[in-house]
Structures are given as structure tokens and as C-alpha cells.
Design a protein around this ligand. Sequence first.
Ligand code: SF4
Length: 240
Amino acid sequence: MTGKIHSFESFGTVDGPGIRFVVFLQGCPLRCQYCHNPDTWKSGGEEYSAEEVAARALKYKNYFGENGGVTATGGEPLLQIDFVTELFTILKRKGIHTCIDTSGITFDKTSGECVQKHERLLEVTDLVMLDIKHIDEEACIRLTGKSNKKTLDFARFLSEKGKKTWIRQVLVPGITDSEEDLKRTREFLDTLKTVEKVEVLPYHTMGVVKYEKLGIEYPLKDVKAPTKESVALAKEILCR
Ligand code: SF4
């Protein structure tokens, strides 16, 4: 099977534990206003077989150490769930730690086939990093173009399946940083059994130049990075 790949990063340090080989998959159904990878949105990308990607990653095996491994991110990697499952199956056979960075948007709990596919993926995935874009459904639609229902269903599914999970929350001033929403998020996380860590990612404007290149108007051009105090408050609420 082949996957559509945007790019690779050989020594990633921010996409999961340790040093990681990071696979950026092409395509994303969301349109997060703060997205710094708008070049991954559309389908396209270069085609690679799962064996080819695994062989590339395995060249760096000696650098992974005890904690490192391979992360599939994007875009939304689970748009190509069969490919990622095949890739991770090969990597697990070689004893490599596997991690997925997802919004959970592909999870449809009403479809048996879809649930089975996600189950199979979890069998070969060591860690899931789940981006909760916004705890409030209406605000999530405004921020990303989609409801948060599938994301929250996927979080519950991970908990039921006993899958180790890191939650990621991008902190955007005036959009995701209200104390009330952060507390609601924490209350939701308290219902889950497998959350090992919560990461607060302060919004930054590093992706703006990509928007210019793509000729897309940047939706948050008047928004500044959050203050140290608001990051500290968010961490106090979410990471306890
Ligand atoms: S899910 Fe990720 S890649 Fe997709 S729009 Fe949001 S930030 Fe960008």
C-alpha cells in the first residue's frame, strides 16, 4: 500500500517523546485558523510505500535511544489510516516506538468498520497525541470548520481501550484561553483514564509566511502570541 506524504523530519524533538523520525502525511479535513502547515491541507503529496517509509525511518534507529521512535502527523494522518496501520505494523515488528498526532476527526463511533480500523491502528500504536481544538462545539466549528464531537468520542475510545494518550491544546488569545473553557476541558479530561500528559502549545505566527506563499489570507493576523501569564494559567488549570 502507498501513502501520500508531505515531508519527513529526521530528528524531530517536539512530536512525542525522545528523538523521532516524523512522517508528515498529506491532506487534512480541518481548517484550523492557526494552522502552521496549510501546505498539507490539499490532497496530493508524494507517494511512498509503507516499506519505503519504514526503511527511511529505520536508518535513524540508533538515534532513537530508549524513548524515541516514529511519529505520524500531518495534515491529518488518519485520513490514511490503512497506510499508517501498515507502516506501524512494520515498525512494531522492528521494536520501534510508534506515535500518532491526530485530531481524531476520522473517528465515527456509529460505523463498525471505522471503529475496527481505529482498533487495528491502536494495536500497533504506543502513544496517541490528541489535539483537542476547542471544548465548546460551536467555538470549535468557528475555529476549525468542524464539530469537536468525533475528537471527544475518540478521546473516550482511547480511554476505553487503555491507550496511553497525550492531550494537546493550542492556546490562542481570545479563542481558546478563557478560564471557563480551560476548566471545561479539564473536567472532560478528568473523565478519561489514560491521559498521561497535557501539553499547552502557545499560539505562534511562524506559519504566516506559508499563507502568503499559498495566496491564502491569514485569519488570525491581528492575534498576538499569548502572554507568559496566560500560558501559566492554562498550564495550572490543564496540567494538574
Ligand atoms: S488539524 Fe493540524 S494540519 Fe489540519 S488544519 Fe488543524 S492544525 Fe492544520
